[in-house]
Write a protein that binds this ligand. Structure first.
Ligand code: NDP
Length: 375
């Protein structure tokens, strides 16, 4: 499978490479504003990554493949990383901050946007500080520890007049645009049932990792991986759930998971009558999406990682080239901002808030054993 850059992906589509199956994706792709017809002036959105951990490294690599944004600054609490990143990415000294002097970024005209890639429990504070400094924000998923925190973040960005996006990389991914089309346009009739599960084996993760710390993580694997399953249900159906039931599984490593859940399963009920069942797991690998519709099915497996994905419907297989999801996502967001437009709802802070409301309800349902209504 070829790995293509954003540039070559767009070029390939323009050249008509690929089968008819790619065309519906192209339509959605254009709708995402990524390929806006407004002429490109050459200006880029200068991004500062905040928190230089595992995912920031992947984003930095993605930024090397972008056209509408660049890696211009960093915010880190680790001086050795500041030096290494400065050398590796030629970051000017004046664009390097730590968590204490971060607010001085307000005076720095060379930074347009702060990308918050910190532990979940720090998202709210740093999003609000970035907004007060007059910078646009992308915040990683899950948007915050709770829906109440998400609201404060949205309010702060609105008040400051800056845009707020959530790092939902799959919203730009062709297989995911295709399953949105298949579901929302009812290509196989109404979808009645969705199964979406994601799991990894945390074997080897140190006991002091923030993922096990409730204050820093907001919760366990539901926060980390389950948010993708919640999203996929919502965007395939194009509906918001009306109620939820949920169950924690017994812990297989209680010594690690003393503060947060290890595995959790839940069921979302939608207004059309569709039901979405999901499991997020920390002790087994799972990566699958399956939609059963009245006249057929469609599925992805693998479904929610960085690709390659494998798609299949009751009629045929469908596969698109592997793209750099992070590059496409950051370019997509940057282009909208450069064009002076408002970010589309599906990647905005409002979208993160919708997911967190559902996640809050899933936890409440698992804790109480009761069905929780969302309307
Ligand atoms: P890491 O633990 O690898 O990195 C987090 C970084 O945050 C640290 O390296 C550190 O950077 C900084 N930090 C500041 N304070 C703390 C603290 N008290 N404890 C730990 N780290 C601290 O986490 P990830 O990169 O895996 O995750 C960061 C965010 O990105 C999370 O919200 C996660 O959900 C999200 N994510 C998203 C993915 C996606 O596919 N969209 C994939 C993976 C993660 P420094 O040393 O520079 O201060």
């Amino acid at each position: 499978m070829n790995k293509v850059t954003r540039r070559s992906f767009v070029k390939n589509i323009g050249l008509g490479v690929g089968s008819a199956a790619i065309l519906p994706t192209l339509v959605s792709f254009e709708n995402s504003s990524l390929l806006s017809s407004i002429p490109y002036t050459g200006k880029k959105i200068n991004i500062a990554l905040c928190g230089l951990g595992r995912y920031a490294n992947i984003l930095a690599a993605g930024l090397q493949e972008t056209e509408f944004c660049s890696l211009a600054g960093i915010i880190t609490g680790t001086p050795e990383k500041a030096k290494n990143w400065k050398d590796k990415y030629q970051i000017p000294e004046e664009n390097i901050y730590n968590y204490e002097n971060f607010d001085e970024i307000s005076k720095n005209k060379a930074i347009d946007l702060v990308y918050v890639v910190l532990p979940n429990g720090m998202h709210k504070e740093f999003t609000i500080r970035a907004a007060k400094a007059g910078k646009h924000v992308i915040v990683e998923k899950p948007m915050a520890n709770t829906a109440a925190e998400c609201k404060q973040m949205i309010d702060a960005c609105n008040k400051a007049g800056v845009q707020l996006a959530v790092g939902y990389r799959l919203h730009y991914e062709p297989h995911h645009l295709e399953i949105q089309r298949l579901g929302q346009e009812k290509i196989f009739g109404p979808v009645r049932h969705i199964e979406a599960s994601l799991g990894y084996n945390i074997k080897g993760m140190p006991a002091d990792d923030w993922h096990f710390n409730k204050a820093l993580s907001g919760g366990g694997v539901l926060m980390n991986l389950g948010v993708y399953c919640v999203q996929i249900n919502r965007y395939v159906l194009g509906e918001e759930p009306v109620s939820v039931t949920a169950q924690f599984s017994p812990k297989t490593k209680p010594e690690l998971f003393s503060e947060v859940e290890e595995n959790i399963s839940w069921q979302l009920n939608f207004p059309s009558g569709a039901v979405g069942t999901s499991t997020a797991a920390s002790n087994c690998r799972a990566d699958r999406f399956y939609a059963a519709a009245e006249q057929g099915f469609f599925e992805l497996s693998p479904a929610m990682g960085y690709g390659p994905f494998k798609g299949r419907t009751s009629k045929k297989e469908f596969n698109f080239p592997v793209i750099n999801q992070q590059a496409i996502q950051m370019d997509g967001i940057s282009k909208v901002i450069l064009d002076g437009n408002k970010l589309p709802n599906h990647i905005s802070g409002e979208e993160g808030l919708k997911d967190m409301r559902i996640i809050d309800a899933i936890y409440k349902a698992a804790e109480t054993g009761k069905k929780i209504n969302l309307i």
